[in-house]
Ligand binder design. Structure first.
Ligand code: TUI
Length: 307
């Protein structure tokens, strides 16, 4: 599993933990980095000073590299982009848009820049703009998704760019990692499996819903707004889809989603909360520490890659 990605990230393994809104806070990020992967703090829509505080707390828990995910729909993205530089964060990933206008400043500051892309066109644009690698994320992922599957997106992106490609979407075990390498990826990003990690601060009720989820238990809300979000099905997702059918605006729906994600993660409200998770929830069977998760993933992947 040695690849350009572990070298670029300065990690033992080419495994990145997704920068999940509310879920990817500093305890989880530091635990993943301490276990040999790359932990990410998900800035999502958090106030910029909270992001700074999260970065400082992660530094207290790990000496290893970790990163920050900048969510580009956040009106404060520019301030977060600057904080990442001021705090000397090693790696930035971005989501839900194009980070083109930030790349030059990040590169000048020595930050490794890895945009998440959902199409070949965006991957090529990011390479031209100076990105160090891209995450090619399929629609099996949780949260905000594109329209292509991981199986088709990853090889097409790998053919289209020379920078290394990290696969994401639907990967939750060593088979998924081995398959990603076969598709041309040199690393993987995984979110859903880390939701249930012992170090994750996510409420037990949410973790239990992920563990109990079957293959068909997620659905996509927000398709009509151009911002599709994959969640586990519940009262909230049914209400959202109803509001969407009735023509609610993107702003109203986004408010509903972000407010209700907090409700699910922090309060454990799995009825009215938004349970963002990927299709791989059906493959997540138990709680483990980040160390156990990563060791198991690496042992499985090595076994499949050796076959
Ligand atoms: O960003 C994600 N996943 C996320 S962000 C998020 S927080 C949120 N909550 C409510 C509404 C909106 C966001 C929850 N999950 N994944 C990375 C990702 N990026 N997936 C797809 C994309 C993407 C889509 C379009 C990247 C670039 C892009 O470009 C469009 C353009 O031309 O700007």
């Amino acid at each position: 599993m040695n690849s350009r990605i572990s070298e670029l990230l300065g990690t033992k393994y080419p495994i990145i933990q997704g920068g999940m809104a509310w879920v990817a806070e500093y305890h989880l990020a530091a635990a993943v980095s301490n276990a040999g992967g790359l932990g990410l703090i998900g800035a999502a829509s958090a106030p910029p000073e909270i992001v700074r505080e999260q970065i400082r707390k992660a530094k207290e828990l790990t000496d290893r590299p970790f990163g920050v995910n900048v969510m580009l729909l956040n009106p404060n993205a520019e301030e977060v982009a600057q904080i990442v530089i001021e705090e000397g964060v090693k790696v930035v990933t971005t989501g839900a848009g194009s980070p083109a206008k930030f790349i030059e400043a990040w590169k000048k500051a020595g930050v490794v820049v890895i945009p998440v892309v959902a199409s070949v066109a965006m991957a090529k644009m990011m390479e031209r703009a100076g990105a160090d690698a891209v995450v090619a994320e399929g629609m099996e992922s949780g949260g905000h998704i594109g329209a292509q599957t991981t199986m088709t997106l990853v090889p097409q992106v790998a053919d289209a760019v020379s920078i290394p490609v990290i696969a994401a979407g639907g990967i939750a075990d060593g088979r998924g990692i081995a398959a990603s390498f076969m598709l041309g990826a040199e690393g993987v990003q995984m979110g859903t499996r880390f939701i249930v990690a012992e170090e994750s601060i996510v409420h037990d009720n949410y973790k239990e819903r992920v563990i109990k989820a079957k293959d068909i238990d997620s659905e996509v809300t927000g398709s009509s707004t151009g911002h599709p979000i994959r969640v586990l099905r519940n009262k909230m997702s049914r209400e959202y889809l109803k509001m969407e059918k009735e023509g609610a605006s993107f702003e109203e729906l986004e408010q509903l989603t972000l407010g209700s994600l907090r409700k699910a993660v922090m309060d454990g409200d799995v009825v009215n909360g938004s349970l963002m998770a990927g299709q791989s929830a059906g493959m997540v069977k138990r709680r483990q520490t980040c160390q156990e998760i990563i060791e198991e993933l690496v042992a499985e992947a090595d076994q499949f890659l050796a076959r």
